[in-house]
Write a protein that binds this ligand. Structure first.
Ligand code: PAF
Length: 295
């Protein structure tokens, strides 16, 4: 496995693979790799002969009051995990490689980036879309693999790849979970045991709303109320949003009459995090059900 630090070296590696007729896959990450990332690597490996993992804590997707400085970083550990997982290339650039002196070009995705995390973190998707476009330009992948935990991010990246004619297939991988159901996240390390327990409210909220949808309930208000009630059973949960939106367009829905994503973002106190809190997200695609539906 090779550790590559420059855009030029990465491009040369990708071009050589492409010239030899090998498919190239990219797994973009911010490091602090966990089993969820390794599931993305496994999917990339199924789809390509050259697997590149990028590790870059992207400054432009953090607001000044967010956790850029304290975001968990462990390059040596990440490289070891990538090597064990059979990754071919780890791309770990310095910020100036991706944001050259005087950089002033941004990628902004429209409607998809506005609700949910886009509403509570207005800077976020411009930073993500910009860095992902740069990573695609540098790694020239045939396919790029992202987690479905960041559901809105996945839709934003799919849209930008189509809109900018990048010729990259963007693939989503189901959310990796701890045995008790908590979605795996690099930020889980900030949770102490008590908050780790309370954080299970997210998956309980998704389960409860899904169970209600299966009974045939189609009212967004009823589904959201059920999810919200579960979240509020966690005494320290500070709910950022609980929303039901069209699974493709992320537009608000008047009824669950086609697949819709139930998306949650909740903060929990976390003295170990620089901001004193950790914000967790999770989601589930709900489908219209009926009492006859045995799922
Ligand atoms: O999901 C992430 O880890 C980041 O948002 C990404 C896609 C690597 C862009 O920095």
């Amino acid at each position: 496995m090779e550790l590559v630090r420059t855009v030029a070296a990465l491009g040369a590696r990708a071009d050589a693979a492409r010239a030899a007729g090998r498919r190239v896959a990219l797994v973009p990450t911010m490091g602090a790799l966990h089993k969820g990332h390794l599931a993305l690597v496994a999917e990339a490996r199924r789809r390509a002969e050259l697997v590149i993992v990028s590790i870059f804590v992207n400054p432009t997707q953090f607001a000044p009051n967010e956790d850029l400085a304290s975001y968990p970083r462990d390059l040596d550990g990440d490289v070891a995990k990538c090597r064990a997982a059979g990754v071919d290339v780890v791309f770990a650039p310095a910020p100036a490689e991706l944001y050259p002196e005087g950089a002033q070009t941004w990628v902004e995705v429209g409607e998809l980036a506005k609700p949910l995390c886009g509403a509570s973190r207005p800077h976020f998707f411009r930073g993500v879309a910009t860095v992902v476009a740069k990573l695609f330009a540098a790694a020239r992948p045939h396919v790029a693999v992202f987690g479905e935990k960041d559901y809105q991010q996945l839709q934003v990246v799919k849209r930008l790849a189509r809109d900018l004619l990048l010729g990259v297939e963007v693939v989503g991988v189901p959310t990796a979970r701890e045995p008790d159901g908590l979605a795996r996240s690099s930020r889980n390390v900030y949770l102490d045991a008590a908050m780790r327990g309370e954080a299970l409210a997210l998956v309980r909220a998704l389960d409860a709303a899904e169970a209600l949808a299966r009974t045939g309930e189609r009212s967004p208000a009823a589904l959201l109320e059920t999810a919200h009630k579960e979240l509020l059973r966690a005494p320290h949960a500070d709910v950022d949003y609980v929303e039901l939106r069209d699974a493709e367009t992320l537009a608000a829905v008047a009824a669950l009459d086609r697949p819709a994503v139930l998306a949650l973002a909740v903060r929990f106190p976390a003295p170990r995090a620089a901001s004193g809190a950790v914000r967790l997200i999770d989601n589930r695609v709900l489908r219209p059900g009926s009492q006859e539906d045995p799922r």
